[in-house]
Design a binder for this molecule. Structure first.
Ligand SMILES: *Cc1c(COP(=O)(O)O)cnc(C)c1O
Length: 450
């Protein structure tokens, strides 16, 4: 075996294809994978990665691909970012685990301090750390129920909150997330999302009506007094990067406040500088009662958090929250390195700059390709939705064809959306502008090839 390649920002920042995609080494690994890894765990692009950093992924055949996925909005600071690697290496050499519930350590506290500093609002806050986004969402619901003494939880069409039992119930889409996995948790109520493109009478009607539709459904079908929490992604992720019209989130937060309902912003995908602010809620000055975070928080190590108003968080009795690995010291070290990088390199500003480059080029592309029905998102969380030209009928086949073209030409893109007809772009926030432009060029070629 040859020496292992080193990743991180030093990795040459260029696209370079030396074999077809996937190449022979990846195909051989895929064969081994298929005879040992469960079929239910799927793969978007079957190239096996050996190193990654900045805006590129290096595979087992020596191909270097442009990364517009960040491992699903995780490696916002770049893979193997210097501050993450340094802190993780130091921590691993010191100690790897004690269990914070048995004997604590400073890193956990420091992450909670950073969360208090960067999450929206200046009120007193508390945080609890977990391993995955789904676990954070589960705990946010537990906390909201305990605090309010109520049980009902309101979630939205197109929502994605995870794959555990409670979070599957909160997630809207059946295939692949829920099919055959019931029964699901009870006391979950679903209301329409303010989805401008697909609102019955269009975007203007969406802006005018969505909030009152949601409020009247909650009133008529659940009863405000029974609702523990309303949970919403400020920009929906897996559901299709759906951005509600201005006023919807603020109105929803006000409604919750008036009715003693805990307003939970699930910022697991939209948080940590992705949308050009530290959190997407900030765009309109929304201050959620609880915020769930994960993905971008720790540069790729598994960490998640619930952060919220001290009186809500502290309503839970000692011992009521926790988990063996929650806030693992190595993951906390990674989070501190990641947050430090976001601060020192102004990655929120970088995200805005990425949006400024991407959106005009995508809008121009949409002018010549009527399959692109919508260009939306904010900062470095951008998507295009594909339909049969002149209609709202989703076009998942063209979406898959564009993604396949990009993959074959060394650009990793991801799809999403309830109807599988959305291409989403989540580049690492440290990606170079040349690579970003080159990736957009490949995407343009992909549409030309349709
Ligand atoms: C990914 C995601 C989750 C689930 O996070 P996991 O770490 O995969 O459990 C929950 N909510 C949102 C908005 C997400 O994007």
């Amino acid at each position: 075996m040859t020496a292992l390649p080193v990743g991180g920002p030093e990795l040459p920042q260029r696209r370079n294809l030396v074999t077809e995609i996937p190449g022979p080494a990846s195909r051989a690994l895929m064969d081994r994978r298929n005879s040992t890894v469960a079929r239910g765990v799927s793969t978007t692009l079957p190239v096996f990665i050996t190193a990654a950093g900045g805006g590129v992924l290096l595979d087992a055949d020596g191909n270097s691909l442009i990364d517009f996925g960040s491992g699903i909005a995780v490696t916002s600071v770049g893979n193997a970012a210097a501050a993450v690697v340094d802190r993780v290496q130091a921590q691993v050499a010191q100690f790897t685990h004690t269990c914070f519930m048995v004997t604590p350590y400073a890193g956990y506290v420091e992450v909670c301090e950073a969360l208090a500093k960067h999450t929206p609002g200046t009120h007193a806050k508390r945080s609890a750390l977990f391993n995955s986004g789904a676990e954070a969402v589960e705990n946010a619901i537990k906390i909201a129920r305990h605090y309010t003494g109520r049980q009902a939880v309101v979630a939205f069409d197109h929502a994605y909150h995870g794959r555990t039992n409670l979070t599957m119930a909160l997630t809207a889409k059946n295939m692949p997330y829920k099919q055959g996995f019931g029964p699901f948790a009870s006391e979950i109520y679903r209301v329409p999302m303010a989805y401008p493109l697909r609102w019955p009478d269009g975007p203007e009607a969406c802006r005018a009506e969505a909030l009152s539709v949601v409020k009247s459904l909650i009133h008529a079908q659940v009863g405000e007094q029974n609702v523990a929490a309303v949970i919403i992604e400020p920009i929906q992720g897996e559901g299709g990067f759906i951005v509600p019209p201005d006023g919807f989130l603020t109105g929803l937060a006000d409604f919750c406040k008036e009715n003693g309902i805990v307003f939970i912003a699930d910022e697991i995908q939209s948080g940590f500088c992705r949308t050009g602010d530290w959190f997407a809620s900030e765009h309109e000055g929304v201050v959620p009662d609880l915020v769930t975070t994960a993905k971008g928080i720790a540069g790729g190590l598994p960490l998640a958090a619930v952060t919220g108003r001290a009186e809500i968080m502290d309503a839970v009795h000692p011992g009521g929250l926790g988990g063996t690995y929650g806030g693992n010291p190595v993951a906390c070290a990674a989070a501190l390195g990641s947050i430090e990088t976001m601060e020192s390199q102004d990655l929120a500003g970088k995200a805005r700059r990425i949006g400024e480059i991407m959106v005009p080029r995508l809008r121009k592309l949409a002018e010549t390709h009527p399959a692109i029905a919508d260009v939306r998102g904010r900062g470095a969380m951008i998507a295009i939705e594909l339909t049969k030209p002149g209609t709202l009928e989703p076009d998942p086949a063209s979406t898959a064809a564009v993604a396949a073209y990009c993959h074959a030409h060394g650009l990793l893109v991801l799809t999403c959306g309830t109807f599988g007809n959305v291409l989403r772009f989540l580049p690492p926030l440290v990606i170079g502008e040349d690579l970003l432009e080159e990736g957009l060029g490949i995407l343009e070629d992909a549409f030309a090839s349709l």
